[in-house]
Each structure stands twice: as C-alpha cells, then as structure tokens.
Design a binder for this molecule. Structure first.
Ligand code: PEP
Ligand code: MN
Length: 378
C-alpha cells in the first residue's frame, strides 16, 4: 500500500539542527499503518537493523510501532518513511519515545471507569479525593459521602500501603479493595488505588478503575511492566528523588507495554526543606506538559504534608496547567491510621472545591462534575 509522507516539517525543524558540527544523531519511531501486513513490518524492521539499530516492536493505539534506541541518521528516517506500510516516522531527540510530544502532539485524554467516566487531560479539571488509607466501612462511607457531596469526580484510597516503617499500618489489602468497590457501587464514582507488587496487579485491576504506582515504586520496573499490560489506566507518581526525565522514562515502560492511559502525578520531591513534608515542584508540571502529551495531576497532600498548604497549592496547580488533583480527605483525621496530619476535613475540602472553580475557569477549563451519583443508604 502507498505510504504517507512522514518526517513532518515541524519535526524536522525541531530536530535536525545539530548543536555542533559532528554527525547528526537522533533515534526514531516508525509507526506502521493500522493496515500494514506483518511482512511490511518485517521489512521496516530489517531496514533499521541494517543500519545497526535494534528496534523494539510494540502496539500503540492499534498500530504497530518500531521504537529505536541508539542513533540513526536523517537518511535512514527518509528511507523508513518510504518503506511500504509505514504511516509516519518520528525523529526524537533525547531519551523519550512514545511519551514525547513529538510522537503525539495532541494531549492524551485518559477516560477512567468506562465511557461515561471522567476524562483526565481534556477540557475538564478532575479532582480525585478520599482517605490516604482504607480503614473501615464506616470511615469509608463518611469520607466518600463528604467528597461526593462536595463534587469530587473520582475516589482515592489505599488498600495496599507502602509504609516507610514496617511497624506502621500496612493497609487492609484485599479486604480494602472490597470496601473500595462497595463505595464505587454506592456512588458510581471511579476508584484509584495503589498496587505495590507485580503479583497483585491483576487483582487490583479487577477491583478498581485505575492503578496507582507510588513514589517509592516509580522505578520498580517489574511492576511498571505488569501495570502496563493490565489494561487499566495508571496513575504514575513521580519518585521523590526522580528527575523529570526519569519520571517520563518510567511512563515509557507503561506505554511500551501498550498502555496509553497513563496519568502522571507530581507529588513533591526531597529537598533540604523540613517545613514541608516534601517540596512541591510545580515547575515540573509545566515542564512535563511541554515534554509529553500525557496528562499531569498534582498531589498537594503528600507533597506539603500540611492541610493549610493544600488549598493554596491546589489553586496554584490548577493555574499552572495541571489536569487535576489527588487530595487526602478524612472526617476524623485524629483517628486516621495513615497520614491524618495532612488530610483535609469535609469543610476544608468543600471550601477548596468552591475556590477552585473560578481558578479552573480562568485558565479555560471547567471543574469535572461527578458523572453519576446513585448514593444510597448503607
Ligand atoms: C498515596 O497517595 O497514598 C501515597 C502513598 O503517595 P506517595 O506514593 O506519593 O507517597
Ligand atoms: Mn499517604
């Protein structure tokens, strides 16, 4: 079949000017057309290998992609462009591939919990709220009623907790997943929950709408691969000591396993500052939005560790282009088994939702409304 022209003028102009006089080098992604035959993919693969590249073959958005590592020339990009069955060739500088804005210029929109669910990365600003940890049925009902009434579009809650100390509450595990599923059934709101080991991915994927990978696991590559293959959207928190590039490369692991529904979450990085739990890096939000098409949300709770900072940082996150928030809320924070000190109470969360609305609208977006509400008495 006829191949479409490829290395776009925009891509060329962004990548073909060497910063020095040496040989021009960059790697590339060859995107096969959805109708390409296996033989055509093999021919494109052989073409790259002839030039010393060893492409990794994957599936993205129903198309086969050949993702290269190493260095390739512009001549090779042109040759690959005219190979049969090739839809386009993207030349990518730096380490990113599938997460790069050069690979996909438009924003990725991640729909959570079925076609009617909230869309992260689109025109709406999505607020996810709930307790740090799932504790009891009564605690869950109280918190979930509060955040649902205030207009949260999604629920959070940890069943498997990665705790710094082995003596701290480790979460209810599988029993916690059931409590989360109960709240989802009661409210119709999708649920995100953390998974900490590759072995649990299948189970957590079955019982929730979105998998969270925590800061302490951002470079747990076996977990990333498993979550990438799970078929569920993934919320990838930034490692507390990770650079933006390392964070985006962790997202590459998810995408190269065929998962396009990846949402990044800035949750604060370690610095010398001790007044806050971590240092919330909002510049990373704007920079990640520039470098990648993936949505980026902010966790003002784990980053600041203090309720009085959650509201101002939430407003700032909305203003700087974040696609949503992940917020800890508890109706009895004193008794919380995990991170009570940073949780908002119901009144504080409701007030924050009211204050967020005009800020979100000032940057041309709307606050996502809960899609379905079937609150029933339990
Ligand atoms: C959490 O959101 O419950 C959590 C443990 O966050 P982090 O991985 O950012 O510490
Ligand atoms: Mn926590």
């Amino acid at each position: 079949m006829a191949s479409r022209p490829v290395v776009s003028a925009r891509t060329m102009s962004m990548t073909v000017q060497p910063a020095h006089d040496g040989p021009w080098k960059a790697t590339m992604i060859v995107v096969m057309s959805p109708q390409a035959t296996r033989e055509q993919t093999e021919v494109a693969d052989a073409l790259l290998r002839k030039d010393g590249l060893t492409p990794v073959v994957g599936q993205v958005a129903g198309a086969t992609v050949l993702v290269t590592e190493g260095s390739g020339t512009l001549d090779l990009a042109s040759a690959a462009t005219s190979s049969a069955g090739v839809e386009r060739v993207v030349v990518v500088p730096g380490a990113q591939r599938l997460t790069s804005r050069l690979f996909r210029p438009e924003n990725t929109r991640v729909t959570v919990g079925g076609p009617e669910g909230p869309v992260i990365g689109g025109d709406e600003f999505v607020v996810i709220a709930g307790p740090c940890a799932v504790e009891t049925p009564l605690q869950m009902t109280a918190v979930v009623d509060t955040v649902a009434d205030a207009g949260a579009a999604m629920l959070r809650g940890g069943a498997f907790k990665p705790r710094t100390s082995p003596y701290s509450f480790q979460g209810l595990g599988v029993a916690g997943l059931a409590l989360l599923a109960e709240q989802r059934g009661r409210t119709g709101l999708p649920v995100v929950t953390e998974v900490v080991t590759p072995d649990d991915v299948e189970r957590v994927a079955e019982e929730s709408d979105m998998l969270q990978i925590g800061t302490r696991n951002m470079q747990n590559f076996a977990l990333l691969r498993e979550a990438g293959a799970s078929g569920r959207p993934v919320l990838l928190k930034r490692g507390m000591a990770a650079t933006i590039e390392e964070w985006l490369l962790a997202a590459e692991y998810l995408m190269h396993m065929g998962n396009e529904d990846v949402v990044l979450c800035e949750r604060g990085i370690r610095s010398y500052e001790r007044s806050t739990r971590f240092t919330l890096d909002l510049s990373a939000v704007a920079e990640a939005k520039r470098l990648t098409h993936l949505p980026v949300i902010v966790d003002p709770s784990h980053s600041t560790g203090q309720p009085h900072l959650v509201s101002p940082m939430s407003l700032a996150a909305a203003a700087c282009g974040a696609d949503g928030l992940l917020i800890d809320v508890h109706t009895d924070a004193q008794a919380a088994l995990c991170d009570g000190a940073q949780a908002l109470d119901g009144g504080e969360f409701t007030e924050l939702m009211d204050r967020l609305k005009p800020v979100v609208e000032a940057v041309g977006r709307t606050l996502a409304q809960p899609r379905s509400r079937h609150l029933t008495q339990v």
